[in-house]
Ligand binder design. Sequence first.
Ligand SMILES: Cc1ncc(COP(=O)(O)O)c(C=O)c1O
Length: 389
Amino acid sequence: MTKLSKRLAALPSYPMAEIPAIKRRLLAQGVDVIDLGAGDADFAPPAVAVDTLARAVRDPAMSRYPFQLGLPVFREAAAAYLRRRFGARFDPFSELHPLIGSKEGIAHLAMALLDAGDVAIVPEPGYAVYEGGTVLAGGEPYRYPLTPGAGFLLEMSDLPADVVRRTKLVYLNYPNNPTAAVAPRDYLARTVEFCRRHGIVIAYDNPYCEITFDGYVAPSIFEIPGAREVAVEFHSLSKTFCMTGWRLAWAVARPELIAALGRVKNYVDTGAFLAVQAAGAAVLPQAEELAREYVARFQERRDALLPVLRAQGFEPETPGATMYVWVPLPDGVASAAFARRALEDAGVVTLPGSGFGAGGEGFFRLALTVDTPRLVEAAERLGKVLSTV
Ligand SMILES: Cc1ncc(COP(=O)(O)O)c(C=O)c1O
């Protein structure tokens, strides 16, 4: 028997890894499955992305290794977007790094920062890669429960002093997956201040910054004074532009942190496909306009789904951002059992809160990834499940 690494054994099982297999079985049985699981909307990517990619793949130069430099115009377009959108000025070459999706960069950052015994603060519920990246890097995750009463905010001053002493990294993600919470500026300011005082790096995971509703505009952590000293921010084309499969994102931070991430990546990958970077460079100059169109459609879906969910007996808050609705379950109903019933009995894929860590128990997540009539149908089917739990 091959003895696998302790790191692998320490990884929690990937949330709902069994869903695709169950879904396939149900589809094969002729069940009409509505999939509101992954945050992967059904909208087409922007025409400018598709057209640029189609042209770029015909250029043989685009088929060469990207290396870590990648396509300079992509770096420049990302830096120009940050400047225009957030007033944040970064050098596209020493302070910004293209990624093969932000998941990749988030996981690899931990390898650049953590040694055995170092702690990373992991919000729970939260994106699985925070804990997974920490464990694979040999660090120690400290799980912080995000609760509705605290606005789902990760409050650094709550941490025990002995944990703070060993903490090198904290993962923050607002607008938040899965809770859809957003971070007030004064919260960000006190968190940056705390991390500066204690020498803790903030991995600010910001893939939903353009998916905001009702006039809310999400900030960059770099709008907060002092953040440059401590933060690495991750941006992604995946969610805003419905380009999840294209795998394109970037990290931005001061040169020392970007160089550290680049050093790890040099040994594990050779960069995102150049033709995809060319497409990204064509999208970013129009980012805000393109995002507005997608967001209007997400908002329409949100506004159609919520009244039906409520009529069915659920009590979700109205999300102010993201493509998710975080729905509380009645006391005593286990989220994994509910999600399983939703799938097996009603043909609706949801994600149970417990799949985002134990702190997510008592909730399930719906993604606004299918059109309105299907969302309404899903909510009605879920109501039937609720009435029998
Ligand atoms: C909070 C969060 N961060 C990062 C990602 C990863 O995005 P990407 O496609 O850029 O790897 C996701 C995707 O679900 C996410 O929800």
